[in-house]
Design a protein around this ligand. Structure first.
Ligand code: ZN
Ligand code: ZN
Length: 323
């Protein structure tokens, strides 16, 4: 989603900050049932919004029940339930460290900003943190094992935003939160290590994540440099290249700053990864942790042969591109 990319937590993830009972109590069962009901309601809303739009304004003609849609539905619920639990401890630790070591004047300066300014600043700095976490997921083979699950989708629609390994979501989300806490934009903390700004930034990112994965042919002209769009993120999912571009979730100009923006007028011809990926949900969840001995680890995009500098420089119809 997520991130933003991928690597983004999936919908309507219950805020980390809600007053939950400790794991293991009898209240967990009705809590999970309530979470599933909440996620189901949001899924219905997303379907009502995106399915008709994706039929009318499709980039690629494809079926609603495309390949992998069942697995992606499972990821939708897994992403909405699991990462919040996995994130609780590291985010609490991050909040504690920030509270202890970030100079008081920074916390005061950030706290003096009006809420809208803190949210805008939060969206920018979260995306800078997410950019690097996401980029490392492509460049570090161990991280790519998890992130490849998100890139294994061969057809794009809004639901692909949910297709991510829980550890990939946790890593990307944590990287996004680091600058938020270091700069004091997330404080003051609550009992589980979050804040209203962190929650607002996360929810905006989740909703935007569905949009940029959607099979929507909308182009926004120069605005595409400012804010991420389906075209921007679809190029991140291209299989044929140029690859390893467009890491940000929200602000393409951050990719421009770091030299990885790619935004041509055309659309990718295909999506997916160079290596093999099992269609089984269990395999996708377990193989990154316990790689099959005989299996070939998916090749990181950065190592794929199609990503040569020559092939990138020969792209003919680039509207805007910075290497
Ligand atoms: Zn994606
Ligand atoms: Zn990626």
């Amino acid at each position: 989603m997520v991130t933003v990319g991928a690597g983004k937590p999936c919908p309507l993830e219950k805020p980390l900050l809600s007053k939950e009972k400790a794991p293991g109590t009898m209240t967990q069962v009705p809590s999970v049932v309530a979470d599933v009901a909440r996620l189901s309601a949001w899924l219905l809303i997303l379907v009502v919004i995106f399915v008709p739009l994706e039929r009318i304004f499709s980039v690629q003609p494809q079926k609603i029940f495309r390949k992998g849609v069942g697995v992606d539905l499972a990821y939708y619920f897994i992403s909405g339930l699991v990462p919040a639990v996995l994130l609780a401890v590291p985010v609490s630790a991050l909040a504690w460290l920030a509270h202890r070591y970030v100079p008081g004047f920074m916390l005061e300066a950030a706290g003096s900003l009006p809420p809208w300014a803190r949210i805008v600043a939060g969206l920018i700095f979260v995306d800078i943190g997410y950019y690097w976490g996401h980029r490392w997921c492509h460049e570090v083979p161990f991280l790519w094992r998890f992130h490849a699950v998100h890139h294994s989708a061969e057809e794009m629609d809004f639901l692909v935003s949910s297709r991510a390994h829980p550890f990939d979501i946790v890593f990307g989300h944590f990287c996004g939160l680091v600058p938020l806490y270091v700069l004091g934009l997330a404080g003051p903390t609550r009992e589980q290590g979050g804040s209203d700004v962190a929650l607002a930034v996360k929810m905006i990112g989740i909703v935007w994540g569905f949009f940029i994965h959607a099979n929507l042919n909308w182009r926004l002209g120069p605005l595409e440099w400012l804010i991420s769009t389906p075209a921007f993120h679809h190029w991140h999912h291209t299989k044929s290249g140029p690859i390893d571009r467009n890491y940000c979730a929200t602000w393409p100009w951050i990719d421009w700053l770091f030299g990885t923006l790619y935004l041509p007028a055309r659309w990718p011809s295909d999506y997916g990864i160079q290596g093999a990926m099992s269609d089984s949900l269990v395999d996708q969840l377990m193989n990154p942790i316990f790689p099959p001995v005989a299996a070939t680890t998916p090749v990181p995009d950065s190592a794929a042969p199609v990503a040569t500098a020559e092939s990138r420089s020969n792209e003919p119809d680039v509207v805007s591109r910075v290497n």
